[in-house]
Design a binder for this molecule. Sequence first.
Ligand SMILES: [Zn+2]
Length: 410
Amino acid sequence: MELQFLGGASEVGSLGLVVRDEGRTLLFDYGITPTDPPAYPRPPPTNVDAAFLSHAHLDHSGMTPILSRLPKGRLVATPVTLAVAGVLTRDALKIARLNGYLSPFESQDIRALEARTTAAEAGSSFRHRGIEVDLTLAGHIPGATMFRYRGSKDLLFTGDVQTRATRLVPAAEGLECDVIVIESTYAGRDHPDRRTTEAEFLAKIEETLERGGKAIVPAFAVGRAQEVLLTLASSGFTTYLDGMARQVNEIYASAPQYLADAKRFRRALEGVTVVEHPSDRKKALREADVIVTTGGMLDGGPVLYYIGEVYRDPRWSILLTGFQVDGSNGRQLLDQGTLTVDEVTIRPECEVRKFDFSAHAGHSDLVALVRASRAKTAVLMHGDDRTPLKEALDGEVEVVVPENGQAFSV
Ligand SMILES: [Zn+2]
């Protein structure tokens, strides 16, 4: 069995894994790095028999529309993943046009791809022309799955994985395999206890309100915004929601089987005031205690409007809830205390804090997942620094730390 990463082996972004086995060519995920401008993976092989999408985040899905130009092959994912990926790839195209850079695909590619998708639920198996792939829950975000390809060896591709239940999604379910291809986002780092993080987050909002400010909570539209809304649900704070998360909420609400608690999710949404039009944003600034809004890394979206209105007011807080990739505005705010908006750099006087609401397994949980899989080989991907995970697993399993473009056998 031969593996080759088109991207995403040694970085968090642009993931794509080609698996060649028994005369077949499979592709697992095909994403971009959603920086400004984005970075892209290598082109796909022309003979892909089937492609599998683990979840909708753009670093896994953002390049899938160009698969519609290949002569054959379908894209397999859960219905939730396919629906949300459609929303995100259309948005990525819009952002490319707004920012004046070329998109590698057009809207007709997104439509053409939708005609070539096969929806499969977690817990089922995809079988087509001798290809057999099992889908199993990955935790992470609603609809996310891992894939176990049953070929000359059993290969488990984790996508992004979270082995602990969160307020939004149930935990990943482990599977046995011969080869595990595992994400390494948090190699070497464990997360703080989630309940402690939630308590600190709510306390910081309370403190902000007591000094006469309000909290702006930048959150990724897909997964993080919903986790934050569930955390805020019984707080009593007046919560406003702005940005693309609204559309995603509707898709999630229609897929209760992928939620930890569908009833609680619907109730949490009912308690939130949605900003329907840009003209409602002034009202949000006036009336909200908390504004949950995109983009999660401050590189665009309504969050920049809100920060632009209040950044001189030290009573307000900006409470980051997600991973801030190098080169993002959020990273710049944390490291240098500044933000660059339309080529103008500002220095917000608001309090800035970051809270770990990660949807990824921490280091110890990644190690446990590899052990539970009883794999003989672990291929580490999707990490800026995979060394700590390699060191933890060396001696127990054969560990492969591939580079992008390098073909290797397992
Ligand atoms: Zn993800």
